[in-house]
Design a protein around this ligand. Structure first.
Ligand code: ATP
Ligand code: MG
Length: 426
């Protein structure tokens, strides 16, 4: 019978990789704690309308990327394609936004029906950060400083660039959209099919077209800079001043528009040249209108999401993953002979009780010492403990150092914790 395989674009993350994921997640968590952010966990499935009303009906995500299905009740549900809408929904539902400030983060799988390729999958993971209740540019700056600190801690800062733009107010965008459409309609024959379609549905998205002819045409088009409202322009200048003060380099990219409808004012992306076409590792911006759009009171909000798979790929490509991560044990316990395996299990328990965070692995295969020592070496352990018939008879253990030149020693089982305490203090 043919074996059942995983769904295309949905990956297993195997033990050889999970230590890298944990390393990334632990680093992110440490950085977020340093800024006082709290975790929120939302369901993976939501009502389809949540995404239609937030992301926008004529965006790539809603038009063609969502996993939408009817449940047994005939209700339309969707596997979440992103976390911001879910986070706003959850916060509103539980009264976390009214007259409050929130700094939140989440981590989990997202689902988009896209063409799978390197750095682009159908189930992928985002670590998202969302803040609510802060209208000024300080929080925009904090989020960017937080992400820059994360890149520095991961050793990636020299390999990413920050692109930033302001989308202004909804009114400014509407005025610009009208003029852009008028201009592009005059040159419709110079647009590709995709852009022609977007001209009536979502014209601003034409700005980030990858087509060189379209980009050349846009050089002659009205520039959004000239349409930015005063408040947004001030907000943007103050944000840039804060980034300057923090020593964070950026590139203002007037064509950065982002693929979701809910953004206003600040938008930004951290981009790398290390991953080919899938170069955006982190993206976000301000979405002051979204809470109201979903039925809440007007609430200023800004956030971003990182693509975990892309960051892992980057860490691997640049060899930024610490090499001791695959180590599974500090001490490896081997035994052979009648009764010895039971003693091995007990000795391991005593050691775990004696030392916090000590990793003790017992070889439970029941094979000979030779194979056990091979596995001990592979585990990365510093010591192997050997219990054979002789050791067992005398309630002793042989302590065999696996790295460095130290001597092997015979130690009473009940003195093992003391023995290792001495070893670690010397
Ligand atoms: P892209 O332009 O690469 O399609 P996007 O603008 O659709 O990205 P966002 O919705 O802003 O992406 O999501 C934030 C981040 O999540 C992206 O910058 C990227 O790192 C990651 N991401 C988005 N879609 C995928 C995917 N299909 N597979 C893996 N990572 C993804
Ligand atoms: Mg996309």
């Amino acid at each position: 019978m043919a074996k059942i395989k995983a769904i295309r674009g949905m990956n297993d993350i195997l033990p050889a990789e999970t230590s890298s994921w944990q390393y990334l997640e632990e680093t992110v968590l440490r950085v977020l704690k340093g800024y006082g952010y709290q975790q929120i966990r939302m369901p993976i499935v939501e009502y389809t309308d949540l995404f239609k009303r937030s992301i926008g009906e004529v965006t790539d995500i809603v038009e063609k990327e969502m996993y939408t299905f009817e449940d047994r009740n005939g209700e339309s549900l969707t596997l979440r394609p992103e976390g911001t809408a879910c986070c706003v929904r959850a916060c509103e539902e539980h009264g976390l936004l009214y007259n409050q400030v929130q700094r939140l983060w989440y981590n989990g799988p997202m689902f988009r029906y896209e063409r799978p390729q390197k750095g682009r999958y159908r189930q992928f993971h985002q670590i998202g950060v969302e803040t609510f209740g802060m209208a000024g540019p300080d929080i925009d700056a904090e989020l960017i400083m937080l992400s820059a600190r994360l890149w520095r801690e991961l050793g990636l800062l020299d390999h990413v660039t920050l692109e930033i733009n302001s989308l202004g107010s909804a009114e400014a965008r509407a005025r610009y959209r009208d003029d852009l459409v008028t201009f592009l309609e005059k040159h419709i024959d110079r647009l590709d099919k995709d852009s022609q379609r977007r001209l009536s549905s979502n014209p601003l998205r034409i700005l980030d077209s990858k087509n060189p002819d379209t980009q050349a045409l846009l050089d002659e088009a009205p520039n959004f800079k000239d349409y930015l409202d005063q408040e947004s322009a001030d907000h943007f200048q103050q944000l840039l001043a804060r980034l300057d003060a923090a020593g964070i380099a950026y590139q203002v990219n007037p064509r950065l528009v982002r693929g979701l409808d809910y953004y206003s004012k600040t938008v930004f992306e951290w981009v790398t040249a290390e991953l080919g076409a899938q170069g955006t590792v982190c993206a976000g911006g301000r979405y002051d209108g979204l809470v109201e759009q979903l039925g809440g009171k007007p609430t200023p909000a800004v956030g971003f999401a990182m693509g975990v798979e892309r960051l892992i790929l980057m860490l691997q490509t640049l060899q930024c993953i610490p090499d001791n991560l695959s180590k599974t044990a500090d001490i490896y316990v081997a035994s052979a002979g009648e009764g010895a395996s039971s003693a091995a299990l007990q000795v391991a328990e005593t050691l775990r009780s004696g030392f916090e965070n000590l990793r003790v692995q017992v070889d439970c295969t029941g094979g000979g010492f030779k194979g056990q020592l091979k596995r001990a070496d592979k585990s990365g352990a510093d010591y192997a403990l050997l219990i054979g018939e002789e050791e067992l008879a005398q309630s002793e253990v042989t302590v065999k150092p696996l790295r460095g030149g130290a001597e092997q020693a015979r130690v009473k089982s009940d003195g093992l914790v003391e023995h290792f305490k001495k070893l670690t203090t010397h």
